[in-house]
Design a protein around this ligand. Structure first.
Ligand code: KG4
Ligand code: ZN
Length: 353
């Protein structure tokens, strides 16, 4: 089954084709970073308009790269939420219209399920694809969650952030030290030049039991350290390193606890912060020590992309699930409300999108 995937939940237009027989056939991404940079954050209305401009050309480009035409498609998947409502509606409108015109089923995908399944998108030649049950760490700009994945589509929230998401903390911390938008990857790059241990920030909420996170206080600690410093480039790099180490260690401690609580030895990590090199290394070390393993998507599939949506949609469409003809999005959407993908052929499993 060949499925076109469309992602427009925020500031990235992503398109891909996933074939349930031969895997990922093609993918393309257009990032709106330059458009929003002068405002220091995503401007929702500008995001929607740019998705309108870029989506169809990207669909054509992706199909060309896959050596396919629209008539080869067996289904269309699109991000139906959570996200910016106007941006989501662009993807949903295009996806539903294409599916209707081609007379194929369409399905609205939960953006975080897309992230969560991204580590399963491609074969890991060394370790194979992880299979549920496992624990997933979802770390993006909008979410920081630990989820027990009992089966695909069956998700139990173990813990989440009480305030800022980890990516948001990276972005805000970068901004207060004067780094350009979007700061997360820039802060991570700067941390590479910083010395470990020069600045030591708290590991929030690790001194008590539980699997929730809180990252907003860390940002304040960095602000104080930055204000009191000589604000030189070297100090900025040392602070960046101290901040990154604090976030990475906090995430690692909570992941280890979550694996224990869920009785799993497999961890999968997804979402933009999953591209962070130090986090990848640390979680690899932690899971190996436990005799387990960690799986990440390749860095380009950690951040928003169409491939993860094509893949998650393909799994559900192949199981016979699809939505009705309405163009509907769900800007706030609890992942625990999703229906399981297995058992595969239960006709009562149509999901609402
Ligand atoms: O998953 P994503 O592309 O979008 C959301 O759904 O939020 O994640 C974007 C987030 C941003 O906050 C960005 O700063 C962060 O991921 N990010 C990183 C890195 N690359 C992206 N944070 C730390 N280190 C990185 N290398
Ligand atoms: Zn995302």
């Amino acid at each position: 089954m060949k499925v076109l995937g469309i992602e427009t939940s925020c500031d990235e237009t992503g398109v891909a084709v996933y074939d349930t027989d031969s895997g990922l056939r093609a993918h393309a991404l257009y990032s709106q970073i330059a458009l929003h940079a002068e405002y220091g954050g995503v401007v929702p209305e500008l995001a929607s308009r740019d998705h309108v401009r870029k989506l169809l050309p990207l669909v054509r480009e992706t199909l060309r790269e896959a050596g396919m035409t629209t008539s080869d498609l067996d289904g269309v998947a699109y991000t139906a939420g959570p996200g910016l409502v106007g941006a989501l509606l662009v993807g949903a409108g295009v996806a539903r219209s294409m599916a209707w015109a081609l007379d194929v089923p369409a399905i609205g995908v939960h953006h975080m399920e897309g992230h969560l399944l991204a580590p399963l998108l491609e074969d890991d030649p060394e370790r194979g694809r992880p299979e549920p049950p496992f624990v997933a760490l979802l770390v993006s700009g909008g979410h920081t969650q630990l989820v027990h994945v009992e089966a695909i589509g069956r998700y139990r929230l173990l813990g989440e952030t009480l305030d800022d998401a980890a990516g948001e903390a990276f972005d805000k911390t970068a901004k207060l030290m004067g780094l350009p938008y979007p700061g997360g990857p820039q802060l991570a790059a700067l941390a590479e030049q910083g010395r470990p241990g020069v600045f030591r920030f708290a590991r929030p909420m690790t001194d008590r039991p539980g699997l929730d996170f809180s990252f907003s206080g860390l940002k304040t600690q960095v602000l104080l350290a930055w204000k009191e410093s000589d604000r030189s480039d070297a100090v900025r790099a040392d602070i960046a390193r101290g901040f990154e180490d604090a976030v990475v260690e906090t995430l690692s401690i909570k992941c280890e606890r979550a694996l224990e609580a869920a009785g799993c030895d497999t961890l999968v990590v997804a979402g933009g912060v999953g591209a962070n090199k130090r986090l990848r290394a640390r979680l690899d070390e932690m899971t190996r020590k436990r005799g387990g393993r960690v799986s990440f998507p390749r860095p380009q599939f950690c951040t928003d992309n169409g491939a993860m949506i094509a893949y998650a949609g393909a799994l559900r469409l192949a199981a016979g699930q699809h939505g009705d003809l309405a163009v509907r999005v769900t800007p706030r959407w609890d992942m625990a409300s999703l229906s399981p993908v297995a058992p595969l052929r239960d006709p009562g499993l149509e999901i609402r999108d």
